[in-house]
Design a protein around this ligand. Structure first.
Ligand code: ADP
Ligand code: ASP
Ligand code: MG
Length: 440
C-alpha cells in the first residue's frame, strides 16, 4: 500500500481534482490511500467566518459561508457532489448561527468549524475517484487539545488495522476525534501528519506528499525564488527544516515515518514527472555541507539582563518558568553570565511575561525579526561553516546566532527587512556549485 496526500492547491479546482485522479489511478496497483486537505484556502475562510460570527458580525460570517458554498458547487457539482455539498453547508450554517448567538469561540468549536473543509473535500474526492470514503474522525483518535491535538497511536493503529480498504480509499487529512468522539484537528498544515500517521499505521511502502512545488527546495520560494530541488534528504534534516519554517512539510510528519522507516516523498501534482524529494533515514551519501535554508518570519527577540543575578544560580530557571507559565515556547536562545537573548514566535502574552521578568531583570524586546536557518547533516563534520556564514552575511546585521544542539543547523536572527538579502547571500555561498547527485 501507499499513502498519497494532496494539499489544498492540489484539490483547489475541478481541473486539480482531475489531475489528482490521473495521478492516483496510475498507481492503483499499489492500493493507494488518498489523504486530502480542504479545497484551496477553505480552512482560512472557515476560521475567518467563525471569528466574524463571535465578533457580532453575523451577516458577514454567513456571507463568507455562502461564498464557500458557491465555490464548492462551482468546482464539484460536475462530479455529482451537489447534494453532499448542500448537506454539509446546512450543518455549517447552523453552527455559524449558533456561534453568533453564543459570542464565544472555544478551541473545541474552532475544530467543529475548521473540520468542514476536509470533511467535505474528502467526500468529493472519493466521488471523483469512485473510491471508498473513510471518515478520519472514526479512525484518528486524539487527545483533547483541540486545534493542536496529538494522536493516540495505539488506539489509532488498532482502528487502522481493522479497516477494509478499497482498491482506492480516501480520507480527510487534519481531522480526527477524541476518545469521546468529539471532532478535533492536528494543527494547521496537519494533513501531512495524517498521511504519515496512516502510512505508519498500515505499514505503507511509501508516504507521498503531493503539493505545488517540485519538492524540498534549497530555499523558501516565497522569500527567494530560484532555489534548487533537493533530491534526497534525511529524516532528521527534513524535520529540522520543517521546524524552522519550511512549510512544505508539517514538522510532525517524519515522526511516525521514522518509527517504521517508511520513505516520505514530496512531489508536485502539477508536474508529476519530476522525481521530487525523497526523505529517508540515512539521506544521501554526499559531502554537501548544507541541504537547504529555512526561515521563520514575524519573530520577536527578547533580551533579558540582570546584574543582580551575577554569580547567582537559578537565573535561567526563573526566566523559563515564566515563559512556561504563559505557554509561550522559546525557539532560540543565547546566554552569557548575566544576559539571555531568546526568540519567540507567539508574542501575544509578552506584556505579562515582561512584567514578571522585570521583577528581577531589565527586558527589551524587538519585533519584526526573522530566523534564517542553514540545515545539513554534514554541518557538524565540517570545519569553517560558521566562518562561511559570517563572511556571506558580512553586510547584514546579525542580531543573534546559535548552532543547534543537533549540530545539524546553524541559525541567525536578522531584521525581517534583511531577510531576503540574508537568504540570497547564504544561498550564493552554499548552493552555487553543488553536487548533482543531491541537487536537481
Ligand atoms: P499544501 O497545501 O500542498 O500542503 P503548503 O502551502 O502547505 O502546501 O506547502 C507548500 C509551500 O511550502 C510551497 O508552495 C512553498 O511556498 C512553501 N515552502 C517553504 N519553504 C519551502 C522549501 N524549502 N521548499 C519547498 N517549498 C517551501
Ligand atoms: N486544511 C488544513 C490547513 O489549511 C490542513 C492542511 O491543509 O494540511 O491548515
Ligand atoms: Mg501543507
Amino acid at each position: 500500500m501507499i499513502v498519497m496526500k494532496f494539499g489544498g492547491t492540489s484539490v483547489e479546482s475541478a481541473a486539480a481534482m482531475e489531475r489528482l485522479a490521473g495521478i492516483v489511478r496510475s498507481r492503483i496497483a499499489q492500493r493507494p490511500i488518498v489523504v486530502v486537505s480542504a479545497m484551496g484556502k477553505t480552512t482560512n475562510r472557515l476560521l475567518e467566518a467563525a471569528q466574524l460570527a463571535v465578533n457580532g458580525q453575523r451577516n458577514e460570517a454567513l456571507e463568507k459561508v455562502e461564498t464557500l458554498r458557491a465555490y464548492h458547487h462551482a468546482e464539484a457539482d460536475r462530479f455529482g457532489a451537489s447534494e453532499l455539498i448542500e448537506e454539509h453547508f446546512q450543518e455549517l450554517t447552523e453552527l455559524v448561527r449558533g456561534l453568533a448567538i453564543l459570542g464565544e469561540l472555544t478551541p473545541r468549536s474552532i475544530d467543529a468549524i475548521s473540520s468542514f473543509g476536509e470533511r467535505l473535500s474528502s467526500r468529493i474526492v472519493a466521488l471523483v475517484l469512485g473510491a471508498k470514503h473513510i471518515d478520519s474522525r472514526t479512525v484518528v483518535v486524539t487527545d483533547e487539545r483541540h486545534t493542536q491535538a496529538a494522536p493516540f497511536y495505539a488506539e489509532t493503529n488498532e482502528r487502522l488495522q481493522k479497516i477494509e480498504w478499497g482498491e482506492i480509499s480516501v480520507m480527510g487529512g487534519f481531522i480526527g476525534a477524541t476518545l469521546n468522539g468529539v471532532t478535533s484537528t492536528l494543527g494547521r498544515g496537519g494533513s501531512d501528519f495524517t498521511a504519515s500517521i496512516v502510512g505508519a499505521g498500515v505499514g505503507a511502502e511509501e508516504i507521498q506528499i503531493w503539493t505545488d512545488v517540485d519538492g524540498m527546495l534549497t530555499c523558501d520560494p516565497t522569500v527567494l525564488p530560484g532555489g534548487r530541488r533537493v533530491k534526497s534528504i534525511s529524516f532528521a534534516e527534513a524535520a529540522e527544516l520543517a521546524y524552522f519554517g519550511a512549510k512544505v512539510l508539517h514538522p510532525s510528519t517524519v515522526v511516525p515515518a521514522i518509527e517504521k522507516n517508511i520513505p516520505v516523498l514530496i512531489l508536485n501534482s502539477r508536474r508529476p514527472e519530476v522525481a521530487g524529494t525523497r526523505i529517508t533515514a540515512e539521506g544521501p551519501k554526499s559531502k554537501a555541507v548544507a541541504k537547504s535554508i529555512a526561515c521563520k518570519k514575524s519573530i520577536t527577540l527578547v533580551n533579558i539582563q540582570s546584574t543582580r543575578m551575577l554569580m547567582a544560580h537559578g537565573f535561567l530557571k526563573r526566566i523559563f518558568e515564566i515563559f512556561d507559565r504563559y505557554e509561550t515556547s522559546v525557539d532560540m536562545i543565547a546566554t552569557s553570565e548575566v544576559s539571555v537573548s531568546l526568540t519567540i514566535d507567539n508574542a501575544s502574552r509578552l506584556d505579562t511575561i515582561r512584567r514578571e521578568l522585570e521583577e528581577f531583570a531589565e527586558v527589551e524586546s524587538e519585533q519584526d525579526k526573522a530566523i534564517v536557518c542553514l540545515v545539513g547533516d554534514n554541518i557538524r563534520w565540517q570545519s569553517g561553516v560558521a566562518h562561511r556564514v559570517f563572511r556571506a552575511l558580512e553586510n547584514v546585521n546579525v542580531r543573534m546566532i546559535s548552532q543547534g544542539a543537533s549540530l545539524r543547523n546553524l541559525s541567525v536572527v536578522v531584521a525581517q527587512s534583511d531577510l531576503r538579502e540574508a537568504v540570497e547571500c547564504l544561498h550564493r555561498e552554499f548552493f552555487t556549485d553543488v553536487d548533482p547527485e543531491v541537487f536537481g
